[in-house]
Design a binder for this molecule. Structure first.
Ligand code: SF4
Ligand code: SF4
Ligand code: SF4
Length: 449
C-alpha cells in the first residue's frame, strides 16, 4: 500500500506531535501518498469505550473505517490501540453480519457504509511489509552503527492473534528486522513480550502502572541498551513520561525512548532538532553522545578490519558452537568477540585478552560457507595487542628468544647422543637476528638507511 489514509488517533497529535512529525518525514522520504480524511473520531479506545458499551465501540470503529472505504483507500495508523480497535472491529463485523447490518443502517444517515473491504495496517507493518527491511536499509545514510537498541512491541500490535494476524504473537521478529536494517544491534531482554502496563493508568491504578514501567526499564538498562524503541504512543507515554516520574523520585533509571519513525528518520539523515526530539521528557542526549563516539570507533575499527565482513559474520553465527576451544572453555566465545568489536569495544577486547585463546585451528574457516572464518580476525587482533604491548608474557618472551637465536628451543645434545643421533649442523640464528634487527637489514650486515 503506497497510497493510503493515515489515522493518527487521539494521543499522537494531542501529546506527542513529534511522533507525528517523524512519521510524516518517513512517509515523505519513502514516497508514500498519504491522505488526511475529515470526520474521524477516536478509534475508539477499548478499555474506556468497549467496557462501557460494545455497540458504541463497534459503531464508532466501523464509522471511522467507512470514511476510509468511501475514499477508496486503505488505512495506516502509528498507534497500537487504534490498530487493535480496527482489527478487532473488522474481525467481529466480518463474522457478526447482523451487527454489521444494524451499524450500516445507522451509518446510512451519513451516507457511509462499512463493508470491511479495506486494508488496515500499522505503521511498523507498512514499513516491514510494504517498504521492506532490505529496501529500508538502502535508504539509510547515517547508520546507527554500534548502538544497542531494545524493542518493545506492545500487546496490541500482535494480539489477539485471530483478529490481528501480523507477526508471531509471542515471538515476533519484524520490528527487530527494521531496527537491524537501520544498522543498530538489537538487544534481547527477559520482559520483552510483557505489556507496558499503561492501561492500568487509565483505570486509576497508578502504582501498578509505574511498577510495569519500572520492571521493563530496569531489564532494558541491565542489558546495556542505549535506547528502547516503541511503536505505540501509549507505550511511549509509559516509558518516557512515566520514566521521567520515576527519575523525579530519584530512581536510577535512564533509558532514552524513541518511537520507531524517529529512529528511522535519524538514520535517514534527519536532525534531532527538525524532529523535535528535545520534547521528550527523558533526555535522548546520552544516545547521541554514544552514537557519535561509536561512529568514531567504527572509523578506528575500519582502519584495521573489514567492518562489512565482521557484520556479516555477526549476523550469521552458523559456526557458533563449532570452535573446539569454546567446547572446553565456555569463557571463550569467538562470535561474542566479533559482536564486541562491532559494538565499538576494540580497546576492551584487546585489554581483556580472551582473543589469545584462539589457537588458529581454522575450524571456523573450513566450516564457513562464505569462507570468512574468524581465525584471520584473531590473528589481526593479536598483532594489534602486541603493538600495544598487551600480549601475554609467554608470547613476548618467546618472540624475544626467536629474535635472539632464530629458534624456540636448543637441541638436547646429550639425549640425542644417547639415541645415536648425529649433532645437527650449525643453525642460522645469527643470520635471522641480523635480518630482523631494526637497524641491520641486509644479510651482509650493512646498515639500513
Ligand atoms: S488508541 Fe487511544 S489514543 Fe489511539 S485513537 Fe484510540 S483512544 Fe485515541
Ligand atoms: S565464520 Fe563464517 S560461518 Fe562462522 S559465523 Fe562467521 S560467517 Fe558464519
Ligand atoms: S580458528 Fe580460533 S576461533 Fe576459529 S575455530 Fe579455531 S580456535 Fe576457534
Amino acid at each position: 500500500m503506497r497510497e493510503f489514509a493515515v489515522f493518527w488517533g487521539c494521543t499522537i497529535p494531542a501529546r506527542f506531535p513529534f511522533i507525528e512529525k517523524a512519521t510524516r518525514v518517513v512517509f515523505d522520504d519513502l514516497g508514500a501518498m498519504v491522505h488526511e480524511l475529515a470526520g474521524h473520531t477516536c478509534c475508539p479506545e477499548g478499555t474506556l469505550v468497549k467496557a462501557n458499551d460494545e455497540d458504541a465501540f463497534y459503531t464508532a470503529a466501523a464509522r471511522n473505517l467507512a470514511i476510509v472505504e468511501k475514499a477508496g483507500l486503505g488505512v495506516v495508523t502509528p498507534c497500537n490501540g487504534c490498530y487493535s480497535t480496527f482489527k478487532e472491529a473488522a474481525s467481529h463485523l466480518r463474522a457478526e453480519w447482523r451487527d454489521r447490518d444494524a451499524i450500516n443502517e445507522r451509518l446510512a444517515s451519513e451516507d457511509l457504509r462499512y463493508t470491511g473491504d479495506l486494508e488496515i495496517a500499522h505503521f511498523a507493518e507498512w514499513l516491514a511489509d510494504t517498504v521492506g527491511a532490505g529496501a529500508l536499509s538502502t535508504r539509510v545514510t547515517r547508520p546507527l552503527w554500534g548502538m544497542r537498541v531494545a524493542v518493545h512491541y506492545g500487546c496490541h500490535l500482535l494480539r489477539p492473534q485471530p483478529a490481528v494476524r501480523w507477526d508471531d504473537p509471542l515471538h515476533p521478529t519484524k520490528v527487530e528486522e527494521l531496527v537491524s536494517a537501520l544498522g543498530a544491534q538489537v538487544v534481547d531482554y527477559t520482559t520483552k513480550m510483557q505489556c507496558c502496563g499503561g492501561a492500568l493508568d487509565r483505570v486509576g491504578e497508578r502504582e501498578g502502572s509505574l511498577a510495569f514501567a519500572r520492571r521493563k526499564l530496569a531489564d532494558v538498562q541491565n542489558e546495556g541498551a542505549d535506547a528502547l524503541v516503541v511503536v505505540c504512543p501509549s507505550c511511549f507515554q509509559q516509558f518516557d513520561l512515566n520514566q521521567a516520574a520515576l527519575q523525579r523520585a530519584n530512581e536510577d533509571v535512564h533509558v532514552p525512548v524513541f518511537y520507531l519513525s524517529e529512529l528511522v528518520a535519524l538514520a535517514m539523515g534527519h536532525e534531532p532538532e527538525e524532529l523535535g526530539l528535545g520534547m521528550h521528557r527523558v533526555s535522548v542526549d546520552p544516545f547521541f553522545d554514544r552514537w557519535k563516539a561509536r561512529s568514531e570507533e567504527k572509523r578506528r575499527l575500519a582502519e584495521h578490519f573489514d567492518v562489512g565482513l565482521l557484520a556479516k559474520c555477526d549476523a550469521c553465527q552458523a559456526c557458533k558452537d563449532d570452535c573446539p576451544v569454546c567446547k572446553v572453555d565456555p569463557a571463550f566465545q569467538p562470535n561474542e568477540i566479533i559482536a564486541d568489536l562491532l559494538a565499538g569495544r576494540l580497546d576492551g577486547v584487546i585489554a581483556e585478552g580472551q582473543l589469545w585463546k584462539c589457537i588458529e585451528c581454522y575450524t571456523c574457516q573450513e566450516m564457513c560457507h562464505s569462507r570468512i572464518g574468524m581465525a584471520g580476525v584473531f590473528r589481526q587482533l593479536k598483532e594489534l595487542a602486541l603493538e600495544r604491548g598487551a600480549g601475554p608474557e609467554a608470547v613476548g618472551a618467546a618472540y624475544a628468544e626467536f629474535l635472539k637465536t632464530g629458534a624456540l628451543g636448543k637441541p638436547r645434545e646429550s639425549a640425542r647422543k644417547k639415541l645415536g643421533l648425529d649433532p645437527l649442523p650449525a643453525g642460522g640464528g645469527d643470520a635471522v637476528a641480523r635480518l630482523l634487527s631494526p637497524t641491520v637489514g641486509a644479510a651482509d650486515g650493512t646498515e639500513k638507511e
